[in-house]
Design a protein around this ligand. Structure first.
Ligand code: BGC
Length: 777
């Protein structure tokens, strides 16, 4: 084997480079020999190349900080459109593995140059925010199973999902990929989908660790966060996810944290993630994160993605100049090999490239109906009664549904069912004049707009088609009811604009008003459908709607799912996993987002500390438009019999509560358990979510008793001064509610003496731990 050629062209030609001579010469083989023996047989060069992603062989140093450059494209020889590959060492039986995005489905190219006979579409599932709004971990696990089956079928080893960053501020362009403002919801959803995905024998990547809560200057922004807020909110989501799942990889984040790149922090990646939390999977960088590859390897990474040649050079230099211990590199290589050993590629899994898209579409549709949230329903506007057949359907996104956000979280799906299509299929009559107007407008607009420079980037939204008063008037006479869909999109690389993305533009607000007035004058109603990926302003227009259905970005089957809910085929059971405030200035981070200086933010101070989302609104008594946990149903429920196993806490406590469907439609309810803890030595939120569960489908009159179990862990807060998780003595209140503000039953118990549940070391403090010696080659 010729090393020179091998190192220069490793990945592309690796398969053909292993020679009979290599095998005969008796090199240890991964899987047959121990990893230690394989490592012992490796040259230093091979070790270096192995931990640097496959793109390094392109030998083209990327412009500094340009993470987007060259991300896609290098995987063309195996899975076109996948996000990256790793280096192969055929003589030791180490194959190249494939990593692909992303949270809402498999992100690969739908067409291949070498195969014009077929397509490679993937299922577009509902976005993370919708899945979390189901509050149903079993459902999310089911989505993971179907989704993971597609990962396997397409020859991918690691799916770069789920994203679990806390939705700190509604303007974050990537909130749609994430789950919640609350770490318990985010962590449990993540574990559910990881377990489902990985049940297929493929790996996941829990991302982005940590505090990647904005897109503005995401590659360099420095998030200043107190140790307590990190522990209780931003790291907690990851910690909870890792308690009940074991993702093959954790992806570190782009941003700086308290002065240094998160991806270069040994304290975060090794002290906390590995040593404290005992995570033993692989740590991978985000694509092009940080600056110092030596510190990234030292920090704990075993894989630097997508890989650049200068990173190879840096590691060579570091090893030669005693700036990186060879044993550290060996350790990272070992973790890497342990990962490879589990992969379908290593196991020579014969993938079909033919996932069961039809079956997965049904999972996507079912999941979408479970996570949509009914926000308003005056006078039983919904479900649509039998007398309603003609629907006047307005709004661009009624005809051009936004299935998911943009960027790496986008999926190349075969189709998207529009709301119009969904309603028509469900048997409703849509007015063809309006439909044609919208369809023609959208087709023309799309045909005439400039081509996208970068396939991953989002497009500016298509302005709403202007609808005349005459048309509205005519429709209000002809149709039985009106629907107005408001759509907003966002994605990777930019945060949302306050004026036209968070707030409705004046034309949209007027459209709702004009339509609802005209219909009201005829004694008819107006439903607003929200096709959005994150929180928007509601206060300036919500009074104009009779009913509001928050459909989120519901994936490729969205139109059918919305029709399922409007018709009453499915009873809404989604609940908000993020607060909708009255006004943006109420958002606790609004004064500190996206950071300072204003023009080019460098620092963002998490001044609100632990008071994110409802922790803030509930503690400071700020009334939101729709609170955390909120969501209506077509039926009603009653809670009764909240029982605690004891009035005194010693090691744990059980709670049970009975839910009864007291209405006339079958439905599901979410029981949310909040705890108010005594606040003596430190301040505490008024209450925090500590458990939740969704009932089965309860028939009218049916009851179900749900049980919850609490340990001291659920009672503890983080005391920075003690570097410990501590439950304070005093009276605790357990509250069972249907939202953070609709508490139905509560009970108290006592903790007689202080309990330290975990003693740690404060870690993520501002530090200059990272060496600055290497200046590049
Ligand atoms: C994103 C990651 C993604 C990666 C690979 C990065 O820009 O932040 O979430 O997995 O690209 O596409």
């Amino acid at each position: 084997m010729n090393h020179k050629i091998f190192f220069g062209f490793g990945l592309l030609f690796s398969v053909t480079m292993v020679t009979a001579q290599d095998i005969k010469s008796g090199f240890p083989q991964l899987g047959k020999s121990s990893t230690k023996e394989v490592i012992a047989a490796m040259t230093t060069e091979e070790k270096i190349w192995l931990v640097i992603g496959g793109e390094a062989i392109l030998k083209k140093p990327q412009p500094e900080g340009n993470a987007a450059n060259g991300i896609i494209g290098f995987t063309e020889n195996k899975v076109p459109g996948a996000a990256g590959t790793t280096y192969a060492i055929p003589r030791l039986g180490i194959p190249s593995i494939v990593l692909a995005d992303g949270p809402a489905g498999v992100r690969i190219s739908p067409r291949r140059k070498d195969d014009s006979t077929r397509t490679y579409y993937a299922t577009g599932y509902p976005v993370g925010t919708l899945l979390a709004s189901s509050w149903d971990t079993a459902l999310v696990n089911k989505v993971g199973k179907a989704f993971g089956n597609e990962v396997l079928a397409y020859g991918i080893d690691i799916i770069l999902a789920p994203g679990i960053n806390i939705q700190r501020n509604p303007l974050n362009g990537r909130n749609f990929e994430y789950f919640s403002e609350d770490p318990l919801v985010a962590g449990r959803m993540a574990a559910a989908i990881i377990n489902g995905l990985q049940s297929n024998g493929i790996g996941t990547s829990l991302k982005h660790f940590a505090a990647n809560n904005q897109e503005t200057r995401r590659l360099s922004i420095n998030a200043e966060i107190s140790e307590r807020a990190l522990r209780e909110v931003y790291l907690k989501a990851f910690q909870i996810a890792l308690k009940t799942s074991n993702p093959w990889t954790v992806m570190s984040s782009y941003n700086k944290l308290n002065g240094n790149y998160a991806a270069e922090r040994y304290d975060l990646l090794t002290e906390i993630l590995r040593n404290e939390w005992k995570y033993n999977g692989l740590i991978v960088t985000d694509w092009g994160a940080g600056k110092k590859v030596i510190d990234q390897i030292k920090g704990g990474h075993s894989l630097i993605m997508p890989g650049r040649y200068d990173q190879v050079e840096s590691l060579r230099w570091a090893l030669a100049n005693n700036k990186l211990d060879a044993a550290v590199l060996d350790n990272r290589v070992e973790t890497f090999l342990n990962l490879v050993l589990q992969t379908p590629t290593f196991k020579k899994y014969q993938y079909s490239d033919k996932p069961d898209l039809a079956a997965h579409a049904q999972v996507a549709r079912m999941a979408a109906t479970e996570g949509m949230v009914l926000l308003k329903n005056n006078n039983y506007t919904l479900p649509l009664t039998k007398s309603i057949s003609k629907i006047a359907t307005f709004g661009n996104t009624s005809y051009d549904l936004i299935a998911g956000g943009t960027g790496s979280g986008d999926v190349n799906k075969a189709y998207v069912i529009s709301l119009a299509k969904g309603l028509a299929t469900a048997g409703y009559n849509l007015n063809s004049t309006i439909e044609n107007l919208y369809q023609n407008y959208l087709t023309d607009f799309k045909a005439n707009r400039p081509k996208l420079a970068n396939a991953g980037s989002g497009r500016p939204q298509i302005p709403e088609l202007e609808i005349s008063d005459d048309l509205i008037e005519k429709q209000s006479a002809e149709a039985d009811i009106a629907i107005v869909t408001i759509g907003k999109n966002a994605g990777e690389g930019a945060d949302r604009n306050l004026e036209n993305n968070y707030q409705l533009v004046p034309y949209e607000k007027n459209l709702i008003k004009r339509i609802s007035m005209a219909f009201k004058n005829k004694g008819k109603r107006t439903i607003v459908i929200l096709n959005i990926g994150g929180v928007i302003d509601m206060s300036l227009w919500k009074d104009d709607a009779d009913a509001i259905l928050l459909a989120w970005q519901p994936g490729q089957e969205g139109g059918h799912a919305i029709a399922d809910l409007l018709s009453g085929k499915v009873n809404p059971s989604g609940k908000l996993a993020i607060t909708f405030p009255e006004t943006y200035s109420d958002v606790p981070s609004s004064k500190n987002f996206p950071g300072t200086p204003k023009e080019k933010p460098e620092n963002v101070i998490y001044e609100e500390g632990i008071y994110t989302g409802y922790r803030y609104y509930d503690t400071y008594k700020i009334k939101p438009a729709y609170e955390f946990g909120y969501g209506l149903s077509y039926t009603t429920f009653a809670f009764s019999n909240l029982k605690l196993s004891s009035k005194k806490f010693s090691k744990n406590i059980n709670a049970s509560i009975t839910v009864k469907n007291t209405g006339s439609a079958a439905g599901k309810e979410v029981v949310q358990i909040y705890i108010t803890a005594p606040a003596k030595s430190i301040d505490k939120p008024m209450q925090e979510l500590k458990a939740f569960a969704k009932t089965k489908l309860l028939q009218p009159g049916e009851t179900q008793t749900l049980k919850f179990y609490f340990t001291a862990y659920e009672l503890a807060s983080y005391l920075t001064a003690e570097a410990a998780w501590m439950a304070e003595p005093g009276v605790y209140t357990i509250k069972a509610g249907t939202s953070s503000r609709a508490i139905k039953q509560s009970k108290t118990f006592k903790l007689s003496k202080q309990m330290v549940t975990e003693k740690v070391t404060n870690q993520v403090l501002p530090t200059n731990r990272i060496e600055n010696e290497f200046k590049g080659m």
